[in-house]
Design a binder for this molecule. Structure first.
Ligand code: NDP
Length: 274
């Protein structure tokens, strides 16, 4: 695994047996170094699948959560029992001091940050005519201010060759009634991603967003009737809801070697929903 000595932790050695020209058995010790990834909102839903996938891809993972410590510790335990490395860190992405601490703890534990995936998000729905300013402010704080704070720290801390991945939504293209605050927040996220990709000129760091269509998580299912879910299930030509793993596959691609030429893009993973 290639990585900068400054920003990697050593996790062990590969012992490779081979024979000398005289036929003696020799053992070569090659040190392995592990990259680290912060995944916000990793206690549940898509973030949880992303944390598990990046751990499987070989990253040491920081499992961030807002309030659900038990769920976050479950993700850590699952990763560890599969032979991976992870820690859980509580931090509200809308809080600047929390986000700063999230990055500090990551660097203290794993020696640096190679990949940042900002999955944390909320989606309460409300029509504009209701004028629910409290709801609007909450959505903007978590989804847009949260992305701003995480991207700002990522811009400072992610090492050369790193990846920054934010979360938008394919629902932007649909402009469904009641999605106003949510769509406004995600449109802002797409703007921030494109600007940051340009600001990191020459740093060899990619910045992209993934924009899923409907994925069967609490965020999508909560508050919807069976009929509403069924109607949305049938919208993509593939006629099913996305699963968290459909999205973690895409994040894995962007975070891994095959995604190195994708930069400043919004990747719409949605079964053809939009
Ligand atoms: P879930 O509701 O399943 O999970 C949300 C996660 O975000 C939880 O881990 C939660 O932590 C965390 N979280 C919420 N608020 C904060 C906060 N202020 N600070 C830190 N963490 C927070 O959501 P999904 O997995 O469905 O959504 C993940 C992302 O994907 C979101 O950005 C969403 O907008 C986007 N998306 C989802 C779609 C879908 O259909 N599901 C479609 C398009 C986009 P805790 O458990 O501690 O509460």
């Amino acid at each position: 695994m290639e990585c900068s000595a400054l920003y990697c932790i050593r996790i062990g050695y590969i012992v490779t047996p081979h024979f000398s020209h005289r036929g003696e058995l020799l053992m070569t010790h090659t040190s392995i170094e592990k990259k680290s990834a912060i995944v916000t909102g990793a206690s549940r839903g898509i973030g949880r699948a992303v944390a598990r996938r990046l751990a499987r891809d070989g990253f040491a993972v920081v499992v961030n959560y807002a309030g659900n410590a038990t769920k976050a510790e479950e993700v850590v335990a699952e990763i560890e029992s599969a032979g991976g490395q992870a820690i859980a860190v509580q931090a509200d992405v809308a809080n600047a001091a929390d986000v700063e601490r999230l990055f500090k703890e990551t660097i203290e534990t794993f020696g640096g940050v190679n990949v940042v995936v900002n999955c944390a998000g909320i989606m309460p729905l409300s029509p504009l005519a209701g004028g629910d300013l409290e709801l609007f402010d909450k959505v903007i704080a978590t989804n847009l201010r949260g992305t701003f704070l995480v991207l700002a720290q990522a811009a400072r801390q992610v090492s050369t060759g790193g990846r920054i991945i934010a979360f938008s939504s394919s629902v932007i293209a649909k402009a469904f009634p009641t999605y106003g605050p949510y769509i406004a927040s995600k449109a802002g996220v797409e703007g921030l991603v494109r600007v940051l990709a340009n600001e990191l000129h020459g740093r060899d760091i990619t910045v992209n967003a993934v924009a899923p269509g409907p994925v069967a998580t609490e965020l999508f299912l909560t508050g919807k009737t069976e009929a509403q879910i069924e109607q949305l299930r049938k919208q993509p030509p593939l006629e099913r809801l996305g699963q968290p793993e459909d999205i973690s596959n895409v994040v894995s691609f962007l975070a891994g070697p095959d995604g190195s030429w994708v930069n400043g893009q919004i990747l719409r993973a949605n079964g053809g929903f939009a």
